[in-house]
Ligand binder design. Structure first.
Ligand SMILES: Cc1cc2nc3c(=O)[nH]c(=O)nc-3n(C[C@H](O)[C@H](O)[C@H](O)COP(=O)(O)OP(=O)(O)OC[C@H]3O[C@@H](n4cnc5c(N)ncnc54)[C@H](O)[C@@H]3O)c2cc1C
Length: 400
């Protein structure tokens, strides 16, 4: 009997992880990625709880740990760089503003891609242009490759997925009004191993974080009603940032000066909430299904979702819709709890009094009272990372 076939669209974190597990479950796997290479942009992502358990079951936890960014915690600093609140990195699977396991997104993507590459076919530089699900299979057309038929299709294209609209034309995503610009800048002797954050007022934050490749990761995050900044070309983004951040002190002038030459990744953060993640033989996975925004849940949930999806398809390859329904009911509690997190505007105060309030809260949260009460939510990116009991997919779990 021929093996069932699955097409996965998107090769970042969710896609390659699902590819590994689907291959282990006995499926023929094809992955299509619209870029012509594996993307290495992005900065620190954390892996916690259920996501970490998936890496463990893949035998990849040590490889990820070997790429740790070396960040030791978070320091909230004033305009002179003096810390007024500090938070150490977590010491277990789930805790800490900085997680115990932090890695650059591009490095994690490379690790899960390498793990899958021998058992899945990758089509880089291509994308789906049409899908027709007749109930027994899905006919797929591509921009460049010849049309093919698959038993199942998984869309793991991130929060602004285009293919999603072919299947869920009414998808409405919540624009959160947060622009995040990630820049890789030269490291200087003053850069330590902490994630340093400066609240600049008027919705502006400046972040500086260590990495494991000898550079420094800077992020400018801006809460703004202006839309479409992510669609500007690079020179215009740099001009807008220099206008918007030009009056701020601390490390801001250094970051702005480095922008001309720095690798940049610009993201306008959105939240994705859908009543269902599957239709017929097509399912959504990762940020394309449940992007919760910027608070550190995306990678953990993508890993867990990929594992559960593959396990369910492996259990009933002849009943794809039933497998998708079980996948959704298992993962939804994890995704829903991530969605309920604080909104970015709470962490990006505009008015001076809001900023003073936030700073007082951070001081309290960093002290003994904060330990007793739990950290305040504005800075606490700790996702509900172990919200579900990850199923044991039996032989599949042991095979991967
Ligand atoms: C370049 C990049 C940088 C990032 N940087 C950070 C960061 O610094 N910090 C952080 O917390 N999170 C970052 N993220 C988001 C983080 O990776 C996700 O929140 C999380 O890991 C879930 O991943 P995902 O695989 O579901 O989606 P994503 O990581 O968003 O990946 C989606 C993938 O699908 C591809 N794709 C999109 N459209 C199509 C299409 N039509 N056809 C085929 N392929 C398509 C994209 O090129 C990408 O490779 C970044 C994502 C990307 C793509």
């Amino acid at each position: 009997m021929s093996r069932p076939t699955v097409l996965i669209s998107g090769a970042s974190i969710a896609g390659p992880t699902a590819a590994s597990w689907m291959a282990a479950a006995g499926w023929d796997v094809t992955v299509v990625e619209r870029f012509d290479h594996l993307r290495d942009e992005g900065q620190n992502v954390d892996v916690r709880g259920n996501g970490r358990e998936v890496l463990r079951r893949m035998g990849l936890e040590d490889a990820v740990r070997a790429h740790h960014t070396s960040e030791t915690g978070v320091a909230c600093v004033d305009a002179d760089g003096h810390p007024y609140a500090t938070f150490p990195a977590g010491t277990d699977d789930v805790g800490g503003v900085t997680a115990e396991l932090e890695i650059l997104r591009g490095q994690l993507s490379r690790i899960v891609y390498d793990h899958s590459a021998g058992s899945a076919e990758y089509l880089f530089g291509d994308r789906i242009t049409a899908l027709h699900d007749d109930g027994r299979g899905v006919d797929v057309e591509f921009a460049h490759s010849p049309a093919r038929r698959f038993d199942a299709v998984v869309i793991a294209e991130g929060s602004r997925s285009r293919t999603r609209t072919l299947v869920f034309p009414d998808t409405d995503i919540d624009e959160l009004g947060l622009l995040a610009v990630y820049a890789t800048i030269p490291r200087t002797p003053g850069d330590d191993r902490q994630w340093r954050v400066f609240w600049g007022g008027r919705g502006r934050l400046v972040h500086v974080r260590p990495d494991n490749v000898g550079s420094t990761r800077a992020m400018l995050s801006l809460q703004s009603d202006v839309r479409g900044l992510d669609r500007l070309d690079r020179a215009d983004v740099v001009t807008v940032l220099r206008e918007t951040y030009g009056d701020l002190g601390w490390e801001t002038p250094r970051i702005l000066a480095a922008l001309d030459d720095a690798p940049l990744y610009v993201d306008q953060i959105a939240r994705v909430r859908l009543p269902t993640w599957h239709r017929g033989r097509v399912a959504l996975l990762g940020d394309a299904a449940w992007c919760a925004g910027p608070f550190g849940t995306g990678t953990t949930t993508a890993l867990a979702g990929a594992y559960v999806l593959a396990g369910e398809l492996g259990a009933t390859p002849d009943d794809v819709p039933a497998a998708f329904a079980r996948y959704e009911s298992t993962i939804r509690p994890l995704a829903d709890r991530a969605q309920a997190r604080v909104l970015p505007r709470h962490a990006h105060p505009r008015a001076r009094w809001q900023q003073s309030l936030l700073r007082a809260g951070l001081r309290i949260a960093a002290g003994p009272v904060g330990d007793a009460l739990g950290r305040i939510p504005a800075l606490d990116r700790t996702p509900p990372a172990d919200a579900i009991a990850l199923p044991d997919h039996g032989a599949l779990t042991r095979a991967a």
